[in-house]
Design a protein around this ligand. Structure first.
Ligand code: PRX
Length: 637
């Protein structure tokens, strides 16, 4: 086991201390020992967080796929790299060895090249969770094209916005994607998106479901035709450490999603480091992260982290509820999964089902459990511990973000203590701090504040694609010289962190980051909507749910409500995606505003949360009378 993987609390303390005292030496030793480089760096770290400008391993050259694939071929070439478990339990799983992965990624890379892709191009990937999605992501990295994966649950409008923002020249998609009993018509959605995007010159279509689609002559080609023609050796493009590896969009406080940019070397180094430490992966283990590759968790902890560590990583195409609520547990038994990493929302949904779904399966292969994406409530944590881990598996509650690239605060499985509902301690190299409302760092150990990170770490996002100013304003202006996470946190007397949730206009619904402004913009497109305000409120399964307050335009009577609600839901689904649909829509004659006309979302949030005693003074509002009307008409469960 590497000296960089903590095996005891003392070793963790030692690593942490070294990483803070001399971060450059720490990361340089790790990078030097644990990866293959085409050229070593001239400088480990160069940064100025006020600009912000962040450069890790400058001067180094590498290709991440050589570290994720080629270097394993001589040693563990026959070991399974990816286990693919299809949506339908009756379809055979695939075991893709590192040697098979090499062939498939190289062929895909040559296919993309033959179709005109080259280093620096942005390639949009809108695919179901199939092995070809993994091949495409890695093939982009192999040829130095920048991948922008768009989650296959997003609408055509979200897809076209993302394609346009990054000016992607190629789209890789599928005819359709299986999700439980449903088929998502991905190509049809992509066709709508492409009506408004003329930057895409080439579309590659994987046949997955066999549903009818139309192919546009000269633009669209079938994956199988092109893939079969491609050679299985493709030299890895030489990449500079700070060349872009990928763009991944995340919601922002304004309506426009932010294309977070991650670069080659730092991302590789930190996803490998955090994967091996947090999960304590050992050769031969089967590791399963249930996220979709459309999100950062899938990028970092289905693909890059595990593969660079030579792990066996399971990819599941389907959903936890199909064919029934025992599907996750059935997969664990079937593939003898040792490490299982999922989201609190899935745990809550599964915990609400009959225990017989769990108890019908043998889960004794499990050694470690993990959660990510939102705070985990105590009941869900205890259920996970008792019924899935049988009180014998450590649970790592991993706090991190699309922006951070890798896990930042988490216990280390079996090595540092896990504490229910606490993410616990920072990983080596990570220096969190709490800020008070006047922008000062809180020195007391036991405290609560806004969570920032003081010092650079290798996998931090470098910019927002095409908008560095927004990057600076969103993350670095609020607390100068610090990265502001947008989360609130508590710290106990031993330095353990407990994340309390977002302190900005982002709501996390079923683990998905949703910007309330983006949902409002979609709702406001409806001709009968004058104005809207969207807030989150607690929900027993989803963590949070969306409450939309809408002032209708023109004459309005209650009989119009059901059809209008339906139209608004369809509009939001069509504009952003079904995950953003409001759970509650309340129509009102006015929204509470300040004298300068700003909507007081804080009051609306309190009403949605049913915390009527915490509304504060409403008498100074421009229109205080509307508050009572909203309270009287509020929608409760
Ligand atoms: O609010 C935090 C929450 O998810 C946000 C990041 O969302 P996203 O960029 O989509 O990445 C999700 C997967 C890494 C954070 O700002 N969050 C994530 N993990 C946790 C969490 N909140 C509490 N506990 C966690 N373990």
């Amino acid at each position: 086991m590497s000296q960089f993987v903590a095996q005891s609390k003392t070793q963790y303390d030692g690593l942490y201390e070294e990483s803070i005292k001399n971060p450059e030496k720490f990361w340089s030793d790790f990078a030097e020992n644990e990866f293959i480089w085409q050229k070593k760096w001239d400088k480990i770290l160069d940064f100025d967080l006020r600009k912000p400008s962040i450069k890790w391993f400058e001067g180094a050259q590498l290709n991440i796929t050589e570290n994720c694939i080629d270097r394993h071929l001589d040693t563990i070439g026959d070991q399974t790299a990816i286990i693919f478990e299809p949506n339908n339990p009756n379809e055979a799983p695939q075991h893709i060895s590192y040697c098979d992965l090499a062939i498939n990624v190289n062929k895909t890379a040559n296919m993309l090249k033959a179709l005109g892709a080259k280093k620096g191009d942005r390639i949009c990937i809108y695919m179901p969770m199939t092995p070809e999605l993994a091949y495409t992501v890695l093939a982009c990295a192999r040829i130095g094209a920048i991948h922008s994966v768009v989650f296959a649950g997003f609408s055509s409008k979200s897809l076209s916005d993302r394609i346009l923002d990054a000016q992607c020249t190629m789209l890789v998609t599928a005819d359709g994607g299986y999700r439980g009993q449903k088929i998502t018509p991905l190509k049809e959605i992509a066709d709508q998106a492409l009506e408004n995007t003329d930057c895409i010159k080439q579309v590659v279509v994987l046949k997955r479901t066999g549903i009818n689609i139309t192919m546009q002559e000269g633009r669209d080609v079938w994956w199988h035709n092109e893939f079969n023609k491609a050679n299985d050796e493709c030299p890895a493009e030489v990449m500079d450490a700070e060349d872009m590896l990928f763009i991944l969009y995340t919601s922002g406080s304004t309506g426009k999603p932010k294309g977070m940019v991650h670069t080659c070397a730092g991302y590789m180094v930190y996803t490998n480091f955090s994967f091996r430490n947090v999960f304590q992966y050992q050769q031969g283990d089967v590791y399963w992260c249930t996220a979709d590759i459309g999100w950062i968790t899938g990028h970092s902890y289905i693909l890059y982290g595990p593969l660079s560590a030579g792990a066996t990583t399971l990819m599941f195409e389907g959903v936890p509820s199909y064919p029934d609520m025992g599907r996750f547990w059935q997969i664990i038994e079937k593939h003898k999964v040792n490490i299982f990493y999922t989201a609190p929302t899935a745990i809550r949904a599964l915990a609400s089902c009959d225990l017989s779904f769990v108890n019908s399966y043998n889960l004794s292969s499990l050694k470690t459990l993990g959660t990510v994406g939102e705070p985990i409530n105590l009941e869900a944590w205890q259920w996970y511990d008792e019924h899935i881990g049988k009180k014998e598996c450590p649970i790592v509650d991993t706090w991190w973000q699309t922006e951070t690239g890798g896990i930042m605060i988490s216990s280390i499985a079996g090595v540092t203590e896990d504490i229910p509902t606490f993410a616990t301690l920072p990983l080596p190299g990570i220096q969190p701090c709490l800020m008070d409302d006047s922008g000062n760092e809180i020195q007391e150990k036991e405290s609560e504040g806004k969570l920032c990170i003081k010092y650079p770490w290798p996998s931090m996002a470098r910019t927002i694609y095409g908008d560095h100013q927004r990057f600076k304003e969103t993350y670095y202006n609020t607390f100068e010289g610090n990265y502001f996470t947008g989360d609130g946190a508590k710290r106990d007397k031993n330095g353990n962190y407990r994340i309390t949730g977002r302190v900005d206009d982002i709501v996390i619904v079923s683990g998905h980051n949703l910007g309330t402004a983006e949902i409002e913009n979609a709702i406001n497109e409806h001709p009968r909507v004058a104005e809207s305000a969207v807030v989150g409120y607690p929900h027993s399964i989803k963590g949070n749910a969306i409450y939309a307050y809408i002032t209708p335009r023109g004459e309005f009577d209650d009989s119009a409500i059901p059809s209008l609600q339906k139209e608004i839901n369809e509009l939001v689904s069509g504009t952003i995606g079904p995950i953003s649909k409001p759970d509650k829509i309340q129509f009102t004659n006015g929204l509470p505003k300040t004298r300068s006309g700003k909507i007081m979302r804080r009051i609306l949030r309190k009403i949605a949360e049913n915390e009527l005693d915490k509304l504060g003074d409403t008498s100074t509002l421009l229109n205080p009378e509307c508050v009572q009307e909203i309270i009287d008409g509020r929608l409760t469960d």
